[in-house]
Every structure is written in C-alpha cells, then in structure tokens.
Write a protein that binds this ligand. Structure first.
Ligand SMILES: CC(C)(COP(=O)(O)OP(=O)(O)OC[C@H]1O[C@@H](n2cnc3c(N)ncnc32)[C@H](O)[C@@H]1OP(=O)(O)O)[C@@H](O)C(=O)NCCC(=O)NCCS
Length: 210
C-alpha cells in the first residue's frame, strides 16, 4: 500500500518531498469502524446547542442526578473534549476552563478540569482516559498547571494519569478578600511545582468554589 500523505496533499516547492509513513488519518465519524470511538476538541463557542445539550444530559446520567446547573456552568467558556461512538452518540466528556490561583506571591493561570463523565455502560473501557489525555494536552500547552476537584470515582482515573493531591492549605480570593477553607477537600494538581508551605488561593465563583 502506498504511504499516506499528510493533510494538505503532496509535496510543494521548498518542502521536504519525503512522505511520513507514520502518519495516520484521524478517525472521523465517516471513517470510524463500528467499534471505534471518535475524539473531538472544541471551545464552548464551537459546539452546537444540541452537542452542549447532549453533554449536559450525559452529566445527569453519569452523576446520577447529582450535577447542578451551577456545576455545568463551571465547565463552560473553555475547551471541551468529547468522545463519540461511530454512530455519533456521546460517550465521554470533560472540559478545561481558565482560573486564577494566588500562590506564594504569584498569580498562576490554571486549567481547571470540569464535567468529566463517561456513559455508565461504557465505563472502564478507556474513554475517561481519552478525555483526560486530550484535556492534559491543552493544559500542558496553555496553562501554568492543571487543577481539579475529584469525585471518589474520578480520583482513580486522575491518579492513573499522574495527578497528585495538594498537601497544603486551600482558600479563595472572594468578595470579602482572602478566605481560608480548612474543611475543603484538597484539589488534585498536575504539572505543578508549588510549595505546600504557601496556601493555594483560587478565584471566587458562584456555587462550589472547588
Ligand atoms: C470517573 C470516570 C469518568 C472514569 O471514566 P472511565 O472511562 O471509566 O475511565 P477509564 O476506563 O479511562 O479508566 C482508566 C484508568 O483510570 C483508573 N480508574 C478509572 N475509574 C476508576 C475507578 N472508579 N476506581 C479506580 N480507578 C479508576 C484505572 O486505573 C483505569 O484503568 P483500568 O480500567 O485499566 O484499571 C467514570 O467512572 C464516570 O463517569 N464516573 C461518574 C462521574 C464522575 O465521578 N466523574 C469524575 C468527576 S471528578
């Protein structure tokens, strides 16, 4: 079989003429085999209302009704990772939004992960891992570090992906200034080299701050 050309077609003047035998066409809804999944990354603004509605419905299914509109709102305005089956049914979702964290005299740009969920009948098949790999790539390229607030179920997935639990204190910078939150479950972080002697103070928001 002849080697596949990269996107954009064949050789052009001034470009290397050697083809890249390792190149594989991405799986799309048109080319997916029945058992294959199709991954997509898009900003909230690039998703159709029906796609957002499908992701919102997946939250209700995966969190068994324990996912509020405020929780959903927390995951909007950033990048979404979506995994569909070959028929276009949504199997997995997660998003990453920008937040600010004051830490040790610095304001860090944090990619905060929200709304990670996989359809219950398709869990433990690597789909959550696909979602996280996509979000982690975004975090590595666009943010100082990643942070998230894990559910009991999610913690195993995140730990398997190298996320670690923050061992220092946490708080928020809210309408009344710095507020320490000693009873808050600590977030998990990735790609961070922070000093647990200094608190992790995240920006304020409606609903759960973490
Ligand atoms: C958490 C969740 C997203 C995981 O998705 P998933 O598709 O089942 O995860 P994967 O199959 O990609 O798991 C990859 C690895 O992560 C770890 N992992 C995933 N779920 C785990 C769990 N419940 N307990 C322990 N480890 C887990 C395992 O190491 C797993 O590899 P393995 O199956 O070979 O052992 C899914 O269980 C879910 O939607 N739960 C309900 C909603 C929820 O709690 N979301 C997280 C919010 S923070």
């Amino acid at each position: 079989m002849p080697p596949t050309l990269p996107p954009g077609g064949g050789p052009r003047i001034g470009m290397r003429t050697q083809t890249r035998p390792e190149y594989r066409e991405p799986v799309t809804p048109q080319t997916a085999q029945p058992q294959q999944t199709v991954s997509r990354v898009a900003h909230t603004a690039g998703l159709a209302p029906a796609e957002l509605a499908a992701a919102r419905a997946l939250m209700d299914l995966a969190f068994e009704g324990d996912f509020s509109d405020e929780d959903w709102d927390h995951g909007l305005g950033g990048m979404h990772a979506l995994v569909h089956d070959a028929r276009g049914e949504l199997l997995g979702h997660g998003s990453v939004v920008q937040r600010r964290v004051l830490h040790n005299g610095r304001s860090l740009r944090v990619g905060y992960v929200e709304g990670v969920a996989v359809r219950p009948d398709r869990q433990r098949q690597g789909i959550g891992g696909q979602v996280m790999t996509a979000l982690e790539g975004i975090i590595e390229r666009a943010y100082d570090l990643g942070a998230l607030s894990p559910s009991a179920e999610g913690e195993g997935l995140y730990r398997a992906h190298g996320w670690v639990t923050w061992t220092g204190s946490v708080g928020t910078l809210g309408p009344d200034g710095v507020q320490h939150l000693p009873d808050e479950d600590p977030p998990m972080l990735r790609g961070a080299d922070l000093d647990p002697a200094h608190p992790f103070l995240i920006d304020w928001r409606d609903g759960d701050v973490y």
